[in-house]
Design a protein around this ligand. Sequence first.
Ligand code: ACM
Length: 694
Amino acid sequence: MENTIFVLAYFIYVIMKVKLTISLLPVMFIWTIAHAVIPQPRVQSLDAGGCFSPNDETRLVVVCNVPEDKLMLEEYVSQSALGITASESAADNAVILAVVDDVEGITSPEGYVLAVSPAGVNILALSPAGLFYGVQTLLQLYDGTSIPCGTITDEPRFAYRGIMLDVSRHFFDKEHIKKQIDILSRYKINRLHLHLTDAAGWRIDIDGYPRLTEFAAWRPEALWKDWSRNGHRYAEKGSEGAYGGYYTRDDIREIVEYAASRYITVIPEIEMPSHSEEVMAAYPDLGCSKGVSVHGDFCIGNESTFDFIEGVLSEVIEMFPSEYIHIGGDEAAKNHWKSCPLCQERMRNEKLQSVDELQSYMMRRVGDFVASSGRRVIGWDEILDGGAADDAVIMCWRGAERGLKAAAEGYDVIMTPGWYCYFDSYQDAPSTQPEAIGGYLPLSKVYSYNPVPADTPEDVASHIVGVQANLWAEYIPTKEHAEHMLYPRALALAEVAWSDPEVMDYGDFRMRALDAVEDLRTSGVSAFDLAHEQGNRPEAEYPISHLAVGKSVTYGEGGKYFAGYSAGGDEALVDGLRGGWNYSDLRWQGFIGGNGMDAVIDLGRRTKISYVGADFMQICGPEVFMPAGVEIAVSNDGRHFKTIAHIDHEIVKDDEVSFKTFSWSGKTRARYIRYRASIGEFGGFVFTDEIVVK
Ligand code: ACM
């Protein structure tokens, strides 16, 4: 009892001190070791200097009336670098964590106030999760000897702070998942979304459907790329060379419990109605063509589909306590439904006008089933296409605008736009990196993402529940590679998700991230070596001046750019701006089909010309190829052109990202310049960034 009174008195002292410190220091100060904490806390203030140095006598006191949480926090802190022993009470020389009813400056259950004085440490929060996050900050401030004195008042910007791991394309065992949980929780990530099912392999044991793990979880090729090229075949479990795997019920229990002990909720994703070739391989009757052709869409006309989905989801719901259950919904081909008698009958009976509405029928029906267990569905943003149920949570990947629009319509939204949140993209110069699926997403770009722009109306902003990054694994066959792609970008995402934009600054973050990367690499995490980052394509770093900048451009028959890759429109090829490592920076203009590219620049008057050239890129995965040929021609009247260069090019498919300039040098005079680039035998896109004229 006496001890309890002491502890309470100590809290009052700490709370008073916190209030005093905050009110006396309206200006934000930075800790002496300023670059330590990721994500950046809201308010941090220096006290009178000094530090607390824990020693063998230091005790840990956790005050929390949920015994499981108390025990979890005691275990976590005593096994941490602090290594202090739990006790029911302590005088000074203590680290005290307490859940209280009210903490000044905190409204979120995940917020905390951390106060460090020479006598000890106090963390106050409204819930055990808040204590856990206070502990993370404390551990980041601890340099192995001492913790600087001061006060931090901190709480998250978003309630949902997620990372998705794709364990279908390449399977990663439970130890890898637990390791990532451990790391991610240190940066206050609180959701782990597991993409458990996709064409490349089913990854969770379902009692009612054993072929999913006897067959659909295995394939002859270890590498996704080989599997994909060789016709998407599957293999019997235990057969020679079978690659794959799945989580048993025990594995899932272990992962879920481990995550809970780090205040992370694991969200399972079961894909439907598409991305399910592996299910059709194991249970062919569930597809429209009943196994006659392999495709990945469930037959929505067939009641067995719903028996299957409900059977699987019942078991999934039993295994995962998460409120959210992800039911996919992305990228359905939908074409089989148009000719499938059962799907057509369903559409007639349910008065559905389109295949989008047919998908919507399925997602709503499955959503109702999930809701009957008291859970709530998340779907990729395609679930909006035929109309989504009001309570569905939209995971927005095809552009932030869609997310803001869905939020304006009243949906709860998790933002994960590909340009900022797809960690399967290159994070540095492609020639220095393991092969990636494409894209260029450096740390700075992840960090620049603001899920709720400042001018967003409050009633829209309140529906953006959070932000997530996704690690799709087609090109990521090993655990080390997965960590290389995750870190440090996950740290940037963590700060985007947690910190107030007012306290965010990339230069400052990068310094902290450099320290964090060093720590991660020292502790056996294969993080990308940020210290040796090369950065964007040098050509993209500065504008170029040349004779055509600002002139007008017209496009010939069939040679106009694809609207999705306009790079800003008709003047993009003469705007003086060249593209970076990937067209995802929207500076590269893309041409697909037809005559390829056919652009005519009007210089305004007859001009002396000595050079015309343009850069092209090749990245075969997303079908971006060099041109098969280039023709450069000039004219004085804009009608009669004289060819000055004709360059044929043999396109060679490879695994590299490459750039090539196709140019002419010489002497001529002309008003008009026509630059044509043709598409080769593999089809796809050609991309160019600027026609440079000298
Ligand atoms: C997705 O990238 N298909 C969600």
